[in-house]
Design a protein around this ligand. Structure first.
Ligand SMILES: *Cc1c(COP(=O)(O)O)cnc(C)c1O
Length: 388
């Protein structure tokens, strides 16, 4: 369910669940302005919108970024790319993840751009192309230490030297992916970076021209500005977060785009010494007022937050008590007498002077803000605050 609300008329129809993710598109625009200010003029942006735009809704995010002048988008799969094309996105859509050979026709049909990190797949792509589709632009990935996707430098040289790149395929960019860019110890990142630079230099000496070099994810671009090169690939940064481990002050005033909220659907009074929710994992130590929230792990609210996370209600921080259920979560509102049915509850975001960020939630569930955001599932209604 996707709804657009103008701030002036923000009310939901009664049948909708109040468990909503509010996505402020003006904040996305603000983060993009901050990023552009930080980049050298001419450095391009490949906006990463995989995983449904990190849970923000890839279609609306990509459309908004396109409106703000972004023309390149990164997704993980053919299916994600097809979804954006079906929605009418016209920019370049780069598929960052692995591609199955059976998906090559879909790649061509939806005019998606592959990242080549497999010589066999490059051969098959060359064969699948009709003459009017060549030369077909591809990005080529070199593995400099992530050891996930990517060809080893030797294989990149062989591939780019092969007949495939003198006919059917043309290289649009050479890229690599940083494995440890948020580590305060930069050693590994610097090694990866110099290996990448050496690769680019080797190609140049062989007379192979690469129009675009790109390396940097959020942590890379923020902590290692020399990694910006011709293009950067921000994901997390656009949504308002810096790498979890960052320690150095960073000249970027980012703001979280997404907040997650719901309402108390019922309140209970429970005597001291009673157990709450499944498995009796919480026992009241005093007469307690408990609020029931219509959100659970099926919405992406992780079960690891049981007896550990906090939420905001009536401008007060209160604890989650007991085990998080499929569709419900219990909170202790004993100390917040104003809390009542229909009180707004913020699970991620701000209320009064209190704030809970995706990093706080990640710490409570021993995860990273990426996972917190991406896991906010399809049962959470998305409400968009439009650009003004
Ligand atoms: C997801 C991804 C990114 C974006 O990473 P962030 O840390 O979110 O900025 C960049 N490059 C590649 C290849 C990716 O898969």
């Amino acid at each position: 369910m996707t709804t657009f609300l103008s701030p002036a008329t923000s009310s939901l129809s009664s049948y909708l669940s109040p468990t909503i993710a509010t996505i402020k598109l003006p904040v996305l625009a603000h983060n993009l302005v901050e990023l552009r200010r930080f980049l050298a003029p001419g450095c391009e942006i490949l906006a990463i919108v995989k995983a449904d735009g990190y849970g923000h809704g890839s279609i609306v995010i990509a459309e908004t970024l396109a409106h703000l002048g972004i023309s390149k988008f990164g997704v993980a799969t053919i299916q994600e790319g097809a979804t954006l094309r079906e929605a009418g996105l016209t920019g370049t859509i780069i598929v960052l993840g692995g591609i199955f050979s059976r998906q090559l026709q879909d790649l061509l049909h939806y005019q998606l751009t592959p990242v080549i990190s497999d010589t066999d797949l490059a051969q098959q792509l060359g064969k699948a192309l009709s003459t009017d589709q060549t030369p077909f632009p591809v990005h080529v990935k070199v593995d400099t230490g992530m050891s996930r996707l990517g060809l080893k430098p030797e294989a990149v040289l062989n591939l780019l030297d092969s007949p495939l790149f003198r006919g059917p395929l043309v290289i649009e960019s050479l890229m690599t992916h940083l494995a440890d860019a948020d580590n305060p110890d930069p050693t590994f990142t610097l090694q990866q970076f110099s290996q990448f630079q050496a690769m680019a230099e080797q190609l140049r000496l062989k007379g192979i021209t690469i129009p675009c070099l790109h390396v940097a994810n959020t942590a890379g671009m923020v902590l290692h500005p020399q990694s910006h090169l011709d293009m950067v690939r921000p994901g997390l940064l656009l949504y308002g977060y810096l790498p979890p481990q960052h320690i150095t002050p960073i000249p970027l005033a980012l703001k979280p785009v997404l907040s997650l909220s719901t309402q108390i659907v019922q309140t209970r009074t429970i005597a001291a010494g009673e157990s709450l929710s499944y498995s009796g994992a919480y026992r009241t130590t005093r007469p307690s007022r408990i609020g029931i929230l219509p959100i659970g792990y099926t919405h992406g609210y992780n079960r690891l937050l049981s007896n550990g996370g906090e939420v905001l209600v009536e401008n007060t921080r209160v604890p989650i008590v007991g085990t998080i259920c499929m569709d419900m979560t219990l909170i202790d509102i004993t100390d917040v007498p104003e809390a009542r049915v229909e009180s707004n509850v913020v699970l991620l975001g701000s209320q009064g002077t209190e704030t809970i960020s995706a990093i706080d939630i990640a710490n409570w569930q021993e995860s990273i803000p990426y996972e917190v955001l991406c896991n906010i599932g399809p049962r959470v209604n998305r409400v968009y605050e439009p650009l003004t």
